[in-house]
Design a protein. Structure first.
Length: 277
């Protein structure tokens, strides 16, 4: 059994204290990542101490090479990028508080995602299409390490798919900027350069996300063991269940409970550290 620990800070100052609890010398991968060989799971006390020091940890039987995987499916908002796009659109028209409250409830799994999206989009009726571009220009930021992750996937012949309950205006931009293979998302209805407050076609909800994973698994002739899924919200739970390597990235509590791995402190470079390169 292996324990991987990682931090955005230099780990050296923490290693002596961890050694006292594990009685094991680590393999130091770099200043921010170390791996221990263990005979049993770590204690709840150590888990609490690691969290208190903002150290992420993961337990696995094998430090798996990235090139053993064939598919990576990812959420966009608050995963690849640091914002919830619909909240930022709403902020520019003075409706962020109302929209963000609904977004939070949907991501926590307290209300149905599809209905929440319909309600949130309806509040944007009449907004100028130019606001979407303004959000990209002024608000949209990639989480650190996302480009390195997508580049690593490409080098290892992994098909990358962005599947988002957000909007194609942003998803297509993120896809092009990062070099992702496919982007699937919702389409805002726009008439005369104004948002109508409606979504065109099917809504990309939790089931569509999960079906997307299954569809690409069939297309690539692979199963869960060759699949990586990364998400943060309750609407990602079903697609996370379709992968052996499910990763909760700065996720809601319900997602952290069900994902195989969780990253609460590391940036997106932490995803790459979960694999042998």
């Amino acid at each position: 059994m292996k324990l991987l620990i990682q931090s955005i800070h230099n780990l050296k100052s923490y290693l002596p204290e961890i050694f006292e609890m594990l009685s094991s010398e680590p393999e130091i991968l770099n200043d921010n990542v170390a791996i221990y060989d263990l005979h049993e799971p770590i204690s709840e006390r150590l888990k609490s101490q690691l969290n208190a020091k903002q150290i992420d940890f993961a337990m696995f039987d094998k430090f798996t090479p990235l090139n053993e995987f064939s598919l990576c499916v990812m959420d966009m908002d608050s995963t690849l990028i640091s914002i919830e796009c619909i909240d930022e659109i709403a902020d520019m028209c003075g409706k962020k508080e109302d929209v963000a409250r609904i977004t939070k409830s949907a991501m926590m799994g307290e209300i149905d995602f599809s209905q929440s999206l319909i309600k949130r989009v309806s509040l944007l009726e009449g907004l100028d299409e130019a606001i979407l571009f303004k959000v990209i220009k002024e608000r949209l930021k990639f989480n650190p390490g996302t480009k390195a992750w997508i580049d690593a996937c490409r080098k290892n012949n992994i098909t990358t798919v962005l599947v988002s309950g957000g909007f194609n205006y942003f998803a297509d931009y993120v896809k092009d900027e990062l070099g992702i293979d496919v982007a699937i998302s919702n389409q805002l209805e726009i008439t005369n350069k104004k948002l109508t407050g409606k979504v065109l076609g099917r809504i990309v909800n939790d089931e569509i996300k999960a079906q997307t994973v299954r569809d690409f698994q069939v297309k690539l002739n692979i199963d869960k063991s060759k699949t990586i899924v990364i998400g943060d919200g309750a609407n990602d739970l079903k697609m996370l269940a379709e992968a052996e390597y499910s990763i909760a990235y700065h996720a809601k509590p319900i997602v952290q409970e069900r994902a195989r791995f969780k990253l609460n402190h590391s940036d997106f470079k932490g995803v790459l550290n979960l694999f042998k390169i």
